[in-house]
Write a protein that binds this ligand. Structure first.
Ligand code: GLU
Length: 467
């Protein structure tokens, strides 16, 4: 099988977009370059007393805004190339959704399923210690978050390690995606999937764009296939189903399944947890390979697993009219061309999966402000609504029930505010890149990168970096 250098793939798309911007070669080269690349190898003691050497990475791609931001991946596929590509994507996705961070990414080259919880804790704490010593973590310089193979538990360990080492009053802002009890924010776990849903919904709401790819407007009744039922895949699918779309196919590492009448997501999740995979699930047809379901007839395909999943090998067989890149880099550059020529619409990763970092931004703001969103205004809003409702009661002779009052006079709490901030961000960014797409007559990936390059390049020019 052909090897795809992930960073090259990202840069190919970058170069295509750069041609539509006004920046000179030097500025463009600086935007593309990875500013800091850290590769560490550190020992940890296993539960049986033996020592293992662990490879860890952190790449800060762009310092045009600080701090830099991006998750930490726990996977055996972690490499310098992958971390560089993912860090670059972080820069572009933050710019696309106007999240004021530079891009970064980390990786620990392990299969987390093969380590005990105590071993994982030791690895995470030691990795954090290494980052701290090398100045690769801190609320003002570089802020990690979850990615594939890591979650709130690991972020809690990172925060706890950091605060032992630093007396920074903003220490809570050194990492996002933390448990709520340790300075996390409500809605972060589901944020990437929720953002994927908002993005696809927005695209499907545009009657003209849908007509161009032979679909009706709206999500209701549309069929979709998802690859990867991790945190992002599961939540994307959940919100799509809630909006009336029908899940007809799922691909996982151990198999792929298909049922044109619809797959019950919660039942499948329960099966997956019990069997550590989806192979053998009874209420659907088990297909021959773990990627076969990507090629079935459907309206929307959501790759939510790994990079380089749709290549020139399988792209000609893909029939979906809309492809939503919930994963980072799931469609290679050549595959993108093939799919585009067929007339399908691709919602690019640099836009579509930016919901996670958007809510990370809200968490970081909460941490450095030392106040929960809604704390100041929730009660005040409720009282104002109640006053308006009581005026309505006096002039209209209509008495509201207590349940109606509670619903109508509800002030925004943290969760509501996070959700509305995320929706606003995804909707605005979509319309911004869709306009650029039409203006330059390009695809959405190129449009998203034009938007990103313009925003990052402007910062470099404005900072007088090149005296
Ligand atoms: N790892 C996620 C991503 O790829 C989230 C990054 C963050 O929240 O900083 O976008």
């Amino acid at each position: 099988m052909q090897e795809y250098k992930f960073f090259d793939q990202v840069n190919k798309a970058f170069d295509r977009a750069a041609a539509f911007t006004k920046f000179d070669k030097g500025v463009l080269a600086q935007i593309k370059a990875c500013n800091d690349i850290l590769h560490i190898q550190f020992p940890i003691e296993m539960d049986d007393g033996t020592i293992r050497v662990i490879d860890g990475y952190r790449v800060e791609h762009s310092h045009h805004k600080m701090p830099t931001k991006g998750g930490i991946r726990y996977s055996t596929m972690v490499s310098e190339d992958e971390t560089m590509a993912l860090a670059a994507l972080m820069t572009y996705k933050c710019a696309v959704v106007d999240v004021p961070f530079g891009g970064a990414k980390g990786g620990i080259k392990i299969d987390p399923r093969k380590f005990s919880v105590h071993e994982l804790e030791r690895i995470t704490r030691r990795y954090t210690f290494e980052l701290f010593k090398k100045n690769f973590i801190g609320p003002g310089n570089d802020v990690p978050a979850p990615d594939m193979g890591s979650g709130a538990r690991e972020m809690g360990w990172i925060f706890d390690t950091y605060r032992q080492l630093s007396d920074d009053i903003n220490a809570e802002g050194c990492v996002t995606g933390k448990p709520v009890g340790q300075g996390g924010i409500r809605g972060r776990t589901e944020a990437t999937g929720r953002g994927v849903f908002f993005g696809i919904r927005e695209a499907c709401d545009n009657a003209e764009d849908m007509k161009a790819i032979g679909l009706e407007r709206g999500l209701e009744g549309k069929t979709f296939v998802i690859q990867g039922l991790g945190n992002v895949g599961y939540h994307s699918a959940k919100y799509m189903i809630e909006a009336g779309a029908i899940l007809i196919g799922v691909a996982e590492y151990d198999g792929s399944i298909y049922n044109e009448k619809g797959i019950d997501l919660e039942k499948l999740m329960a099966y997956k947890t019990e069997h550590r995979g989806i192979a053998g699930y009874a209420n659907a047809k088990n297909l021959e390979t773990n990627t076969a379901v990507l090629e079935v007839e459907c309206d929307i395909l959501i790759p939510a697993a790994l990079e380089n999943q749709i290549t020139e090998m399988n792209a000609p067989n893909i029939k979906a009219k809309l492809i939503g890149e919930a994963a980072n880099g799931p469609v290679t550059d050549n595959a993108h061309k093939i799919i585009k020529e067929r007339g399908a619409l691709i919602l690019p990763d640099s836009y579509l999966n930016a919901g996670g970092v958007t809510v990370s931004y809200f968490e970081w703001l909460k941490n450095i402000q030392h106040v929960r969103f809604g704390r100041m205004e929730k009660r005040f809003e409720e009282n104002s609504y109640k006053k308006i409702l009581s005026v309505i009661e006096t002039i209209s002779d209509r008495k509201f029930t207590n349940a109606e009052l509670a619903d109508l006079a509800k002030g925004g709490g943290e969760r509501d505010l996070v959700d509305s901030g995320l929706e606003e961000t995804m909707v605005n960014a979509y319309n911004e890149i869709n306009e650029l797409r039409k203006h330059h007559n390009v695809d959405l990936r190129t449009a998203a990168l034009i938007s990103a390059i313009n925003k990052v390049g402007f910062m470099y020019e404005g900072m007088g970096i090149f005296p």
